[in-house]
Design a protein around this ligand. Structure first.
Ligand code: ATP
Ligand code: MG
Length: 424
């Protein structure tokens, strides 16, 4: 029988790599909590209509990337392609906006039918935050600081913050017309995708990575030259706040973001080490979204940060640094030693957060040391007949390659206490 593999574009995450995920998720939570954001968990699948309305019919996501299926009750369902629409759906369903602004974060998988390549998967994971109910640029600066703090904590010095404004319902229609006037005379020379976008959503052409479009995109009018007074004041305030927070940025008029719901601020953190899939984090303001999904007019701003891409950057920058050795490998040589060691190992696991590894199989001592290396253990704890006879236990420092002998007293908890002291 042929073995079954994971679906194309998905990947398994297991030790030791999963430790990097655990650490990143813990750091993301820690930073979100510092800003007063609480976690929201929403279903992995939602009614298809939620994304059609909440993400936008003319986006790549809705047009070609969604995993949509009919369930046994013949309802159309979609595996979430992003987490903002579900968050808003939940806010409205539970009337959370009645209590004033809401600050939420999420960590979880999303699904897009894309062509798999480095940094582009069909199941990927995001850490994201959403701030609802604050219309001022101070909220934009706040969410940007969350992403910036996570990036700084991992020492990703080359991640560049790009900011732009895409205007609002007042100035964007005027800009849209300016774009149409610019692109229409060259329509026949544009890529097939961009020709299709021309009448439906010409802003999307600016997002095009097709070389056919490059020359016309380059010369296109810029939204930031067409902002209305209020959008301009918002953008200026954002830049002031970023300066005040010591967050470096560049204004990049090319950033439009793929989703229809953005208003005013859009931003991306881009890393040069990622090649084509360079965007680690993308976000912006979406003041029309809550109303679009049937709620009261409520401003919102947030971002989604791709965990796969973030870890790829961390990996590339870290090079081959081995993770530090941690914990104790307990090695019992013989049945009597094992009987004594079981209680000591049990007590160690109560007393210290560092891992205690134990492989109870009867094997040669060299095989046990190989296991200790595989576990990246810092110490080995060795008990054999010789030690039992002397009421001693050997603690080997696997880095310094030196041994210490500790008294093997009858009370296992006391032995564990001595070991925690000796290895602390
Ligand atoms: P891209 O332009 O690279 O397709 P996007 O604009 O579609 O990105 P968003 O919808 O803003 O991306 O998602 C936020 C973040 O999620 C991205 O910045 C990226 O880090 C990550 N991301 C998006 N799509 C994928 C994917 N298919 N695989 C892995 N990570 C992804
Ligand atoms: Mg995309």
């Amino acid at each position: 029988m042929n073995p079954i593999s994971a679906p194309r574009g998905t990947r398994d995450i297991f030790p030791p790599e999963s430790a990097n995920w655990n650490r990143l998720e813990a750091d993301a939570r820690d930073i979100a909590h510092r800003f007063g954001y609480g976690e929201i968990r929403t279903p992995i699948f939602e009614a298809t209509e939620l994304f059609a309305r909440g993400v936008g019919e003319t986006t790549d996501i809705v047009e070609k990337e969604m995993y949509t299926f009919q369930d046994k009750g013949e309802r159309w369902m979609t595996l979430r392609p992003e987490l903002t629409a579900g968050t808003v759906r939940a806010l409205l369903e539970h009337k959370l906006l009645a209590h004033g602004p809401q600050r939420l974060y999420y960590i979880g998988p999303f699904f897009r039918y894309e062509r798999p390549q480095a940094g582009r998967y069909r199941q990927a994971h995001q850490f994201g935050v959403e701030c609802f109910g604050v219309g001022g640029a101070e909220a934009d600066a706040e969410v940007i600081q969350i992403a910036a703090m996570l990036i700084r904590r991992y020492g990703i010095g080359d991640a560049e913050l790009n900011v732009n404004s895409v205007g609002d319902a007042v100035c964007r229609p005027v800009y849209r017309q300016a774009l149409l006037d610019h692109f229409r005379p060259h329509a026949a020379q544009l890529s097939a995708d961009s020709q299709r976008r021309l009448e439906r959503n010409p802003l999307r052409i600016l997002d095009s990575k097709d070389s056919k479009d490059a020359q016309f995109v380059e010369s296109a009018p810029k939204m930031i030259d067409h902002l209305c007074d209020e959008c301009r004041a918002h953008f200026e305030a954002l830049k002031r706040y970023l300066d005040a927070l010591g967050i470096a940025y560049v204004v990049n008029p090319r950033i439009v973001r793929g989703l229809d719901y953005y208003t005013r601020t859009v931003f991306e953190f881009v890393s040069s080490v990622l090649g084509a899939q360079s965007t680690v984090c993308g976000g912006g303001r979406y003041d029309g979204l809550v109303a679009e999904l049937g709620g009261p007019p409520t401003p919102g701003v947030g971002f989604g940060l791709g965990l796969e891409r973030f870890l790829m950057v961390v990996d590339k920058l870290a090079g081959d640094h081995a993770p530090p050795r941690r914990g104790i490998q307990a090695i019992a040589l013989g049945e009597r030693a094992r009987d004594r060691l079981i209680a000591i190992v049990g007590a160690l696991r109560e007393k210290t957060a560092e891992p205690t590894f134990a492989d109870w199989q009867a094997r040669k001592v060299t095989a046990h040391f190989k296991t200790a290396d595989r576990n990246n253990a810092r110490w080995a704890l060795i008990l054999g007949d010789e030690e039992l006879a002397k009421d001693e236990i050997v603690l080997r420092d696997l880095l310094a390659r030196s041994d210490r002998r500790l008294p093997l007293v009858p009370d296992a908890a006391e032995v564990a206490r001595l070991l925690v002291e000796a290895t602390g």
